[in-house]
Design a protein around this ligand. Sequence first.
Ligand code: SF4
Length: 236
Amino acid sequence: MNAPTSKHPSYAGDGTAEDVLRWALGAFHPRIAIACSFQHTVLIDLAMKIRPDVRVFSIDTGRLPEETYQCARDIERHFGIRIEWFHPKHDAVEDLMHQNGPFSFRESVASRRQCCAIRKVEPLNRALAELDAWITGVRREQTDTRANAGKIEIDEAHGGIVKINPLADWSYDQIRTYVKEHRLPYNTLFEKGYSSIGCACCTRAVEPGEDPRAGRWWWENPEQKECGLHIRNWSI
Ligand code: SF4
């Protein structure tokens, strides 16, 4: 386990989502931002009650569902914020499309990871390069690979910045209840059976009783289902 450094103030305890956010925003603002993937708006709502000027960014892969763009617009109107968008490099996307075609991600795990690397991981790396900490919606129940996620981690994959997962111990039902009770904007794909949302061509609705992430890259094995955004880090 890595110890916190002078650049990363220490945090004692495994508090509530509000406790974690209050500490993180106090320690790192404005070099901290929420990564929004439009699964829900709980993090934005909680954070804005602490810091109304909290930063929110997202990655536009170029293949997001229309409902996700509508959700982004609703979020900006509801919270009165502007989302900081990061896009893939156009020359890399052009090369990918010219060389491998629009559906290469279905051909193999390696091809899928190549597409994710160009459309998601590189823009994320650029977004994080200017931050000391980022806030994510990672929850332990989402996948086997996230089962041990800490609420505060050192993100070695992104230069040792701090990764904050305030909702690590929240369930899917808790998220849904919070969104409903606070009348927050949400992605309407959830009304169509989606339980986890990514690119339109790599996400499908799930059947009742299916794993919530079963609709992501459904042609792959569960242990392969990470796109490189959330590589395992060290908890602190
Ligand atoms: S989720 Fe699919 S379309 Fe989106 S970046 Fe990954 S492989 Fe490409």
